[in-house]
Write a protein that binds this ligand. Sequence first.
Ligand code: SF4
Length: 238
Amino acid sequence: MEAKSRSLSLKGFTFEEGWEEKKKRAEKIVEILMETHPREKLLIGDPYRTLVHCIISQRMRDKVTYRVWEELFRRYGNIEKIANTPVEEMQEFLRKQGVGLWKTKGEWIVKASKIILEKYGGKVPDNIHELMKLPGIGRKCANIVLAYGFGKQAIPVDTHVNRISKRLGLAPPRVAPEKVEEYLRALIPRDKWIYVNHAMVDHGRSICRPINPKCGECPLRELCPYAKGLVTEEHLRG
Ligand code: SF4
């Protein structure tokens, strides 16, 4: 059976499975993930704060990101103050907080804030194309702002989502994260998109770890080609 979208193919997969079969399996996987990693309420917060958090978080550990992000808003308060902060001052603040890529991130935060203020009247745009025009905002961050900032149906593909989707055979092993997102959007019902990132991140931290995944205790093992040896680390490494 043909894949739903013309740009998606079943050819890159390491095992045989029709598109409709894959869709049913994907639906079950998401249901189990949502049961196993429930979150009462998804963090649907302030889009601007989510956006700044995402810029800081790039190549940073969660704990450090959260501390710096809290301190930044404690010190500078709001978008107007951040937009009017000299770039050098923001860079120095990030450097002192131990943020990697502090030069680039300092510039991105101030410039993105200025653009949101001047071009969008202080409101973060709620569509992916406008978001991706902002400095420091790639596709993953744009989707994070949509899902966690606005509460919209979006699938941010981070390292956990990328790895787990490929182990589960929901995307071929060698495709880029943008393509993984396309497969997931085509396979998973739209009203569940918003859960995918947080459930896979939780799953990736607790069970489907980067090294030595705990397949023996995973609730997805019956549905997982990796657990059956049909997708291997060798496939994933390319
Ligand atoms: S069975 Fe193993 S590889 Fe598959 S999702 Fe679970 S932990 Fe990951």
